[in-house]
Design a protein around this ligand. Structure first.
Ligand SMILES: Cc1ncc(COP(=O)(O)O)c(C=O)c1O
Length: 463
């Protein structure tokens, strides 16, 4: 038992937080936030040491498992050598990390570029906005309905939910939001078997006439000079675009000189079985942001890669973007270790993630056949989803989605005679999608356990 538990109960922790912390963060979405004490591998443990199989992994920040020993040891070494440094000075791991990442990206995209670091996904979005504005001298972005890019003011302007802007004044730079190709619920009411790529054709029609309000055919200038896109919607419900979508989108963007900024904050770092989710679509971005699992959820670090012409030293000049913490040695060292793991294990990831993903999907299809409230299952790699519906297989069922998460957190499920819990997250346009985000090293047995625990939850809640 932790020493902490001898001094303070879970109830007292909640009371203190209610009284002394802002309720503006997301903890207070819940009246009774769950408290956890320790973690290891695929599990987090409550104060009674009950294990909870975690299928959200800090919103996809811990792809390499909780308390990954290699990363922890690298961070401890950094703590004991150079834990702090003013960002105007260099330290070896910053340069090494830049080289390793730029090389890995060049291998995949056959493009030279540079790395720029900051802390947090939203800040990476902010820096991407700066790269675009600096190069194009325009503010306008396209973004997806259902997209999420962070909650700073600039990132909020590119995030579709009005809920995040509602109380903060007028957003002059609010993006032009484009429907995401969510085929199960096609925004145009089409069926993918015979849609003939209707959504991308609709996007192309924006450039037919000046009266479509975004483009001047006389000058070939578009008011929106970049499109920020998650290749697979994260917060939007782990929804993948059809295989042809991004190639066709990029052709249109290139024709009108519009940059593609890919947000890999949630789907990068092998979440989809590829280092970057956009690789699934054979498209090369102009700018690409990353965060979360770049440090495996340790000391924050985020950043972006941009093609050389957008980020060359004479274009993105010294001091263009900065935070006191932007090259903090502990975050950089954690990221350096993560990238070393990627270099060494990339072949294993590329073989094992699709295999285990297929096993997981088999279990999800078994559940779909068993429970009428599962309208759809899908995803790529370890970015999987269960879409919960009424028994008609289509009408979104948010209530069940909320209930299943709460039930999993009770910690009273049973696996092979042992008490345990299940940690799930939800997303989607109707908040009715259970998103499944295991660590990349999840074992075959833990996948069986996940399906068994989901089965127990569905059978409890749909009886
Ligand atoms: C796709 C995407 N972009 C940006 C962000 C913002 O990252 P952060 O929460 O670190 O600011 C998130 C966070 O969930 C995200 O999923």
């Amino acid at each position: 038992m932790l020493v902490l538990n001898e001094m303070i109960t879970d109830e007292e922790i909640r009371e203190l937080d209610d009284k002394y912390s802002s309720w503006g963060d997301t903890v207070h979405y819940s009246k009774n936030p769950k408290i956890f004490a320790t973690c290891e591998g695929s599990y987090i443990y409550d104060s009674n040491d009950t294990p909870y199989l975690d299928l959200q992994m800090m919103y996809s920040s811990c792809n390499f498992g909780y308390k990954n020993k290699r990363i922890t040891n690298a961070v401890i070494h950094q703590m004991n050598t150079l834990p702090q440094l003013t960002p105007k000075f260099l330290h070896r791991y910053k340069a090494l990390l830049s080289k390793k990442m730029a090389d890995l990206i060049e291998e995949r995209f056959n493009e030279k570029g540079r790395m720029h670091f900051n802390v947090g996904g939203a800040q990476a979005t902010e820096d991407a906005i700066k790269i675009v504005r600096n190069y194009t001298k325009r503010n306008g972005f396209f973004a997806f309905q259902g997209g999420y890019h962070g909650r700073t003011i600039g990132a909020t302007a590119l995030t579709s939910s009005f809920r995040y802007r509602e109380r903060y004044g007028h957003f002059a730079d609010r993006a032009n939001f484009v429907p995401f190709p969510y085929c199960f619920r096609c925004p145009y009411g089409m069926k993918c078997e015979n849609c003939n790529h209707f959504c991308i054709k609709q996007f192309a029609r924006n450039f037919e006439s000046e009266y479509k309000a975004i483009y001047d055919p006389k000058t070939n200038e578009c008011e929106f000079k970049a499109f920020i896109a998650e290749p697979i919607l994260g917060t939007g419900g782990y929804i993948e675009a059809p295989s042809w979508y991004f190639k066709e989108l990029k052709e249109i963007l290139d024709a009108y000189d519009i940059m593609l900024v890919v947000d890999e904050v949630q789907m990068g770092m092998y979440r989809t079985g590829k280092l970057w989710a956009i690789e699934n679509y054979n498209v090369v971005p102009d700018v690409m942001t990353f965060a979360k699992s770049i440090t495996n959820g340790m000391n924050p670090l985020s950043g972006l890669w941009a093609k050389e012409k957008y980020i060359a030293p004479d274009v993105f000049t010294p001091g263009s973007a900065h935070s006191t913490y932007c090259t903090n040695p502990i975050g950089i060292r954690a990221a350096h270790e993560v990238i070393s793991i990627v270099e060494e294990e990339q072949n294993d990831f590329e073989r094992e993630i699709p295999r285990k993903s297929a096993k997981f999907m088999e279990g999800l299809n078994f559940l779909k056949n068993k429970y009428a409230c599962i309208g759809d299952v899908g995803g790529i790699g370890f970015a999987l989803r269960i879409e919960l519906t009424q028994n008609d297989g289509f009408t979104p069922n948010r209530k069940l989605c909320d209930a299943i998460q709460e039930e999993g957190l009770k910690g009273d499920l049973n696996y092979k005679g042992k008490r345990c819990g299940l940690v799930l997250n939800n997303g989607g346009f109707y908040k009715n999608i259970v998103t499944l985000v295991p660590q990349l090293y999840i074992t075959d047995e833990q996948i069986d356990m996940a399906i068994e625990l989901l089965d127990q939850l569905f059978s409890r809640l749909t009886r």
